[in-house]
Design a protein around this ligand. Structure first.
Ligand code: 5GP
Length: 351
């Protein structure tokens, strides 16, 4: 048995130290980033945020709004690609830069992925991103599976995860030939992995560890999970994330999908559940297989209205972070970050 003594940090364990700035308004902050990916050699410009590939977040309705902000929607893997294609055919150049097709790694997943890509190809819709998503990206076979998908699709930008270790994150880039590593195990708002298995890693430290290794070999990192407030998005960039993926913060909106309900006082709620919850497994696989347990839960969120308001509030928060720490551009946040460890009292803002 080994004990690691170094304290691992979550978003609510730190705050940014304010610094002298030349900026006089949030409007001056540049949120767009342009990135050329290592393996796909594709260039992309946008705001580096992704809607999570959950079926109550990564919907077509979500993409229709987020693409206006140049933000990526990771479609959940059961989405009807015919509807996506119909939408993209109305405007070929723009829309396909802001969605990713998700897949798992079973044979059935691969068949679905190939069929979805073929469908796009047949309709002249380009696919820029594939998101290869498994609960445990530390499986040895995962790297080889990613490499196989790379050889099939040399020019598509590959996202793969989830992992929390620097070594495996680096190998996903160098051996798995993916472009972006998705980081986060146990940090999701409807994830119960930490409770069910005792496994996980505080999100900020996971990002810091992975970003260092992944950047050293020319890859990029997504921080996935645990973002509860706009300040957490900035903290993820401060820790070295290039992109931030959000589930819960984008759930519960008009565009999110999920069942609506109302209480006696007229308050409207929307259901939101993990993709490994018994709810999702029942919906897509007919139940929880006997050898596994659900590692996600279902919650009821107060209906939040249009997602546009949440996005604008979040982007306003990131702009404001930049002005406080003297970063002219979102991509400068990392170099302008001084994190202070904070005590419990400062953390009470989260409760
Ligand atoms: P959130 O932004 O809600 O904190 O986290 C979203 C992330 O939680 C997703 O992108 C995904 O990585 C993770 N996630 C979604 N559903 C489940 C689940 O059922 N179980 C676990 N362990 N993680 C989940």
């Amino acid at each position: 048995m080994i004990i690691e003594n170094e304290v691992k940090l979550d978003f609510n364990n730190v705050l940014f130290r304010p610094q002298t700035t030349k900026l006089t308004s949030r409007k001056q902050v540049e949120l767009l980033r342009t990135i050329t990916f290592k393996h796909s050699r594709q260039s992309w410009t946008g705001i580096p945020i992704l809607a999570s590939n959950m079926d109550t977040v990564g919907t077509l309705e979500m993409a229709k709004v987020l693409n206006r902000y140049q933000i990526i929607t990771c479609f959940h893997k059961f989405i009807d690609m015919n509807k996506v294609v119909e939408w993209c055919k109305q405007d070929h150049t723009f829309r396909s830069s802001y969605f990713a097709i998700s897949t798992g790694i079973t044979e059935k997943d691969m068949e679905r992925l190939d069929a979805n890509i073929q469908l796009c190809h047949d309709n002249n819709v380009s696919v820029q991103f594939i998101c290869i998503d498994v609960a445990n990206g530390h499986m040895e076979s995962f790297i080889q599976t990613c490499a196989n998908i790379r050889s099939k699709y040399p020019n598509i930008t590959l996202i793969a995860g989830n992992v929390v270790g620097g070594e495996v994150a680096e190998k996903l880039i160098t051996e798995g030939k993916v472009d972006i590593v998705k980081v986060g195990i146990g940090s999701g708002s409807v994830c119960t992995t930490r409770l069910q298995t005792g496994v996980g890693m505080p999100q900020l430290s996971a990002v810091m560890e992975c970003a260092e290794r992944v950047h050293s070999v020319g890859g990029y990192v997504i921080s996935d999970g645990g973002v509860c407030v706009p300040g957490d998005i900035s903290k993820a960039y401060g820790g070295g994330a290039d992109f931030v993926m959000m589930g819960g913060m984008l759930a519960g909106h008009k565009e999110s999908g999920g069942e609506l309900s109302q209480d006696e006082d007229g308050n409207v709620y929307v259901s939101f559940y993990g993709m490994s919850s018994s709810n999702a497994m029942k919906k897509y696989y007919g139940g929880v297989a006997s050898h596994r347990s659900a590692e996600g839960k279902i919650v009821r969120l107060k209906y939040k209205g249009e997602v546009k308001n949440t996005i604008e509030n979040a982007l306003g928060g990131v702009r404001s972070t930049c002005t406080y720490i003297g970063a002219n551009r979102l991509e400068d946040i990392y170099n302008h970050t001084i994190f202070m460890l904070v005590n419990q009292q400062a953390n009470q803002i989260y409760s």
